[in-house]
Design a protein around this ligand. Structure first.
Ligand SMILES: [Zn+2]
Length: 239
């Protein structure tokens, strides 16, 4: 029974990590669930041991191979050449913060451990500007070892009616870098923070004035996740 719940939980996790679009309430008031006051927020979302054991990359998988396709020309991007280096920068922001995180760009999607998928914009019914899967474990048939895969979903435009500047739906370079950097952390296994200052706050669009940053708490959370032993037996959130 426990096993079943874990399996179901794993499937749900795949789509559970999404970033809500601009939420004025979130900006106006602090998250009422903001109760965790530690040096990091690894336990803010209270995952179980199974999650911390399995939904992060192993050291043997580094550097992570990332495939970033070009954006579709038909979508009307003003500067189509900016997107690949921008997403690479989003990954490198985390390498700079936590040097254990290493990445390699690949031109063949079949080699990718992390796939980036572009879309023009999310439908209005999906209140999100970005989405990423946690590193999802699978059994590699050749090596008989557990390996991971993740996908990052990014859009070049905000949904109609939610653009930051009226009449301009295209995300600016800085806005999209903020979104991509947030989503990359999910693809590394990091969940949300309850602190509005952190990049991993679930409504981080409040920082779309160009002041967003990877805070010390963001850095410490990812660092702690990857300092956990790979044969973890006790949840870091017990006690
Ligand atoms: Zn998020």
């Amino acid at each position: 029974m426990t096993k079943f719940i874990h399996t179901l939980g794993s499937a749900l996790l795949l789509l559970a990590v999404s970033l809500p679009a601009w939420n004025f309430d979130a900006r106006a008031q602090r998250d009422p669930n903001q109760t965790f006051q530690g040096q990091d927020y690894l336990c803010y979302e209270k995952h179980d041991l199974h999650f911390y054991q399995n939904y992060r990359w192993f050291a043997a998988e580094m550097p992570l191979k990332v495939y970033i396709p070009p954006v579709n020309k038909a979508w009307g991007a003003k500067n189509p050449a900016m997107y690949t280096p921008l997403v690479q920068q989003a990954f490198l922001n985390w390498s700079k913060a936590v040097p254990k995180m290493r990445f390699q760009w690949v031109s063949d999607p079949k080699q990718a451990q992390i796939m980036v998928l572009w879309q023009e914009k999310y439908p209005e019914s999906e209140v999100t500007w970005g989405r990423a899967a946690y590193p999802t474990p699978y059994l590699d048939k050749k090596t008989k070892k557990i390996r991971h895969k993740s996908t990052l979903f990014l859009a070049i435009k905000a949904q109609d009616g939610t653009a930051m500047a009226p009449g301009e739906a295209l995300f600016s370079e800085d806005e999209l870098l903020a979104i991509a950097t947030h989503e990359v952390a999910h693809a590394l296994g990091l969940g949300h923070s309850g602190h509005a200052e952190d990049l991993m706050y679930h409504a981080m669009y409040a920082r779309f004035d160009g002041s967003w940053e990877i805070t010390e708490r963001d850095r410490a959370s990812l660092q702690r996740l990857y300092d956990l032993p790979e044969d973890l037996e006790i949840s870091p959130c017990n006690g």
